[in-house]
Design a protein around this ligand. Structure first.
Ligand SMILES: [Zn+2]
Length: 68
């Protein structure tokens, strides 16, 4: 599961929602982010949860042998 910067789409591994250059511009304190940026981050987190649910369902179908 790769994380991407919610602003520029660059792949990130730093555990934040922003890449290093966007972190430098907006800082690491989420409470100081502008509203549009908070919305982007909340929206991205929701997508990640949905993807995780879908892949869990695929695994259980495979376990039941429905795709054999
Ligand atoms: Zn970025």
């Amino acid at each position: 599961m790769q994380n991407r910067c919610v602003i520029c789409g660059k792949v990130i591994t730093n555990g934040f929602n922003l890449c290093e250059s966007c972190l430098r511009e907006y800082g690491r304190d989420k409470s100081r982010y502008p509203e549009w940026l908070k919305f982007l981050i909340a929206d991205t987190n929701r997508e990640v949860r949905q993807e995780r649910r879908i892949s869990q369902r695929e695994i259980s179908f495979t376990d039941l042998g429905l795709y054999d």
